[in-house]
Design a protein around this ligand. Structure first.
Ligand SMILES: [Cu+2]
Length: 290
């Protein structure tokens, strides 16, 4: 009776956090982290959904293995301690058990490997691009080019606290968002001008290193409109934490409107890159710092 009640309590202690981990945070806004979030951000692309499923599958599998081993340990401790079992058996080999404990882990690894490789191949199975965007990492901002649309190019720089509009998250919002159409295959060509950076947006399941002198490709298809935030995810220096990524997913019609406006705006606006470079030169001028 007491054993039944305590094991039920033990199950509740382990099952409750597991259920919480498995559930997507209902209180989170799409495309951004939430306070006290434990799991991933809500998936907004088919690949991220696959990553979620694989992660949950592994969580359940490793949970079952853990509870099985825990159960064995408890059973052995209770059943075969010196009081319960004063004259131990002298058995030292058991062929069937030895084969079983070699073969079962191999089977478990095969069961893990199959969906793992399926996911890996899906991530590198590029569907035909509807739009290509080039993301260029620099210390400490991202520049974007839209090679399908002439020489459209702009920089995306972190918004300071006093520049934030209501609803914009601190340390994630940028002055210019990367705008892409919803339900389209977007290829992102990622590179860098100075050191290693990494272009990552968790809700899309995308993270790709930006390597100077090399172009690495990744892709996503956003399934819902909204703004999705990410950060540079390769330690790139002093202000690594201050070069966020903001992707605004809009309808096809809104994308066309943005495109027309962006071509005008970014043709005439002074390059933020030039401005930043000038301010960097100022801080290096004699009399400043060292
Ligand atoms: Cu960086």
């Amino acid at each position: 009776m007491t054993i039944g009640r305590s094991s039920a309590r033990a199950f509740a202690v382990f099952a409750a956090p597991a259920a919480f981990l498995l559930s997507t945070p209902a209180f989170a806004d799409l495309g951004r982290p939430a306070p006290w979030q434990l799991g991933f951000q809500e998936a907004a692309s088919p690949i991220m959904r696959q990553i979620d499923d694989f992660h949950n599958f592994l969580l359940v599998l490793s949970g079952l293995i853990t509870f099985f081993v825990l159960g064995l340990l408890i059973y052995v401790a209770l059943r075969f301690n010196s009081r319960a079992n004063p004259t131990p058996s002298k058995t030292s080999h058991h062929t069937l058990i030895e084969v079983a404990w070699s073969v079962v882990p191999i089977l478990i690894l095969v069961v893990v490997a199959i969906p793992s490789f399926r996911l890996l191949f899906a991530q590198y199975d590029f569907p035909k691009a509807d739009l290509t965007v080039k993301a260029i990492g620099s210390q400490w901002y991202w520049s974007y080019e839209y090679p399908d649309h002439g020489d459209l190019t702009f920089d995306a720089v972190l918004l300071e606290d006093d520049e934030l509009k209501p609803g914009q998250p601190r340390l994630l919002a940028t002055d210019n968002d990367v705008v892409v159409p919803v339900n389209r295959n977007i290829h992102i060509l990622v590179t860098a001008t100075d050191v290693l950076h990494s272009w990552a947006v968790p809700a899309f399941g995308v993270k790709t290193d930006a390597v100077p002198g090399r172009i690495v490709r990744t892709w996503f298809r956003a399934e819902k409109t909204g703004v999705y935030y990410g950060q540079c995810s390769e330690l790139c220096g002093q202000k690594h934490a201050y070069m966020p990524i903001a992707v605004r997913v809009v309808s096809d019609a809104d994308f066309e409107i943005w495109l027309k406006q962006a071509k005008q705006d970014f043709a005439s606006a002074p390059s933020r890159r030039a401005k930043l470079r000038r301010s960097a030169e100022l801080t290096r001028a004699p009399g400043h710092g060292r």
